[in-house]
Unconditional design. Sequence first.
Length: 218
Amino acid sequence: MKRSASRSTTLVADRQIDRSLTQRLRSARPMRRPKIAHRPTGRGIIRGMVSITARPAEVEDRKVLGHGEGDLVMGARHSAVATLVERTSRYTTIVARPDGIKAEQVTPHRTRSLLGIPAHVRRTLARDRGREIAEHQAITTETRVSIFLCKPRSPWQRGTNRPLRQYLPKGADLRTFSQADLDAIAHELNHRPRKTHDHRTPAEVYAGLMNSSHALTA
């Protein structure tokens, strides 16, 4: 009985010590209280997505002109530029994004960029699942370009444009590049011979494919 009473006294003392220590906590509470769970609001959800696995089979062999790969290239301080690379020729277009990277800011620029491509070679566009592409259905309605999105955490599926980082490093503030600067970078990339094209340039390959497509539609 004495041992039991002694143990009870020790437990009571421990509890008193614990209560005094909790007063030193910022919350002054001995127990954590779970935060109220917030219901999803739908923000950031991309609706009506079509997976990149549903792209036409002709995309894979890179023989048909008009299948593009788009990206939003990020720099310092949330600066960005948009790129569009034609998959077969590797012909590159770079567009400034001076007014922001939200979907409502990106959509008009992306739409104008696609409308600048002749309609008969305006086919598909592959993109990752960034929030800036949330209005992809509006872009498709305006341009008739089918947009396919990569699987989650798999942006590599839409291709890469590694040479571009030689001109636009990650630490650079891309807002300092004017559209004329970006056009000059794209021109240099498009006139650089590529081993994959038997040392022809993307501009030469693009022009040749464009002439062939004109002949087929004439």
